[in-house]
Design a protein around this ligand. Structure first.
Ligand SMILES: Cc1cc2nc3c(=O)[nH]c(=O)nc-3n(C[C@H](O)[C@H](O)[C@H](O)COP(=O)(O)OP(=O)(O)OC[C@H]3O[C@@H](n4cnc5c(N)ncnc54)[C@H](O)[C@@H]3O)c2cc1C
Length: 432
């Protein structure tokens, strides 16, 4: 009751209506309502039949609200009509309960589970996404990146269609890789430890992630999710120790981390370590950028800039000059630092300041999988690479590696540039 009393009803009503303080309204009647799942034991007692909310109740989500009652009524009315008109047979009315009770019982579970997961999903959105300033920027960046597409096409209707297709593809991929969607493939895998018949994109991205883990000596590691969960739980308490989670909890979380504990095949993905969990947040945005770029190239576009947090250029600008991409300034969110010129390549930037657990910024979203800590080596790291997947994964990995290791990795690969911002105006550049 204390929770309910604390609700500002006026503010809630204005938010739902989308109106401000200048709008006048009057509450004519109100009814308290409790979300619950109830299905009657029987839908008929001799000549009495029940339909709609008198027969079944649940939280009306997923398109299963009043229409379930209408379906009852549709079913019952023709049975009644047939009986009243004398062509229905002696037992036709038994069909009503036989048909409607089991199906509404089934729907009640589906609708209720859907409602509960939607509510949990809504609660997972941090309050800070509404805030101005750096805190809000960080929360929005952590929740999902902005998408922007620059398509050059003489046929504007076709260009619009391609944009719609691109957004649909991004949404499909989010349904696989998003940790904010409780029924995404990755959340299911983290919950159950295994995924049968995984989507080919899930397999492809995990294989790519594990290849980058090997390449970077384990610096990039999609299994650091238990470290994220540990820090998120620790810092959600107002009295959190500013020095981070206790050593024994950190050790327990680290025991679940390790890219060698992920088994991937075309028909099954499994997490070997008990309690292990994956995050693809260090690579999935790049992968989605590449998929959209591939789709647009397949549709015949040769000059396009796809910007989904990570940037991928198809070709050069329409006038033949390189695309100019501004790199985010880690110290001043919303501002741009250096600008790089790219043709047919991708750029990704990673900065610890992108998400901080604590005000001091000692604990960030960048976890060293070996220590569980967040080393503050660089202000930010940008990588220019042939694909956004590579740029995204390597910008994360390089953030955890010393400059000499970054230099060696860049020298061993083609067409790669790493930019390590070590201080105000000071950038170490490796590769071209
Ligand atoms: C908060 C909320 C939001 C919802 N949102 C949606 C939505 O977005 N989409 C959707 O499809 N569904 C939604 N629903 C569900 C939907 O409103 C109900 O499923 C639907 O109204 C049920 O219709 P009904 O005729 O079975 O029952 P009711 O609408 O409850 O009608 C029963 C009527 O019988 C009257 N009555 C009760 N006892 C007697 C009596 N003894 N004699 C005479 N009359 C009596 C009652 O006063 C009432 O008017 C929502 C429900 C709630 C509570």
């Amino acid at each position: 009751m204390a929770g309910r009393a604390a609700i500002d009803r006026d503010a809630s009503i204005r938010t739902i209506l989308g109106v401000g303080d200048d709008f006048n309204y009057e509450v004519i009647s109100k009814e308290d309502w409790i979300g619950r799942r109830l299905v009657a034991d029987k839908f008929r007692d001799r000549r009495i039949f029940i339909c709609g909310d008198s027969a079944h109740l649940w939280v009306p989500y997923a398109g299963f609200g009043m229409n379930a009652g209408i379906a009852d009524a549709m079913n019952l009315t023709w049975l009644l009509a047939a009986t009243v008109n004398g062509w229905g047979g002696a037992h036709l009315l038994d069909a009503y309960e036989a048909e409607r009770l089991p199906i509404t019982e089934q729907v009640s579970h589906f609708a209720m589970n859907h409602a509960l997961s939607a509510i949990a999903h809504r609660r997972a959105v941090p309050e800070a996404v509404e805030h101005d300033g750096a805190e809000g920027e960080a929360a929005r960046a952590a929740l999902g990146a902005q998408v922007s597409l620059e398509i050059h096409h003489s046929d504007s209707a076709r260009a619009e269609r391609l944009v719609r297709q691109s957004l649909a593809e991004v949404r499909r991929l989010e349904g696989l890789f998003s940790l904010y969607q409780p029924h995404s493939a990755i959340c299911t895998l983290n919950r159950t430890g295994a995924l049968a018949a995984p989507d080919p994109d899930m397999v492809a991205l995990l294989r790519a992630a594990l290849a980058f883990s090997k390449l970077t000596g384990g610096a990039f590691d999609p299994t650091v999710q238990p470290l994220w969960q540990l820090h998120a739980a620790h810092f959600s308490s107002p009295s959190a120790d500013p020095d981070g989670p206790p050593a024994d909890r950190l050790a327990a979380a680290l025991a679940k981390v390790g890219h060698d504990g992920v088994l991937v095949s075309a028909d099954r993905i499994a997490l070997v370590r008990p309690g292990a969990g994956l995050t693809l947040n260090g690579i999935a945005q790049g992968y989605a950028t590449d998929r959209v770029a591939d789709m647009l190239r397949g549709a015949g576009l040769s000059t396009t800039l796809v910007d989904m947090g990570e940037v991928r250029a198809l070709g050069a600008r329409p006038d033949g000059t390189p695309w100019q991409v501004g790199l985010a300034d880690a110290d001043q969110p919303g501002r741009l630092g250096a600008t790089v010129a790219i043709v047919d390549r991708a750029v990704a930037t990673t900065a610890g300041a992108g998400f901080r657990f604590d005000r001091a910024g000692r604990f960030t979203h960048l976890f060293d999988p070996r220590t569980g800590r967040s080393p503050a080596r660089y202000h930010s790291v940008s990588v220019i690479a042939p694909t956004a997947t590579e740029a995204d994964a390597l910008s994360t990995a390089f953030s955890l590696l010393p400059p000499e290791s970054v230099g060696a990795l860049v020298a061993a690969r083609q067409n790669l540039q790493a930019r390590l911002v070590v201080g105000q105006g000071e950038t170490l550049v490796y590769g071209a």
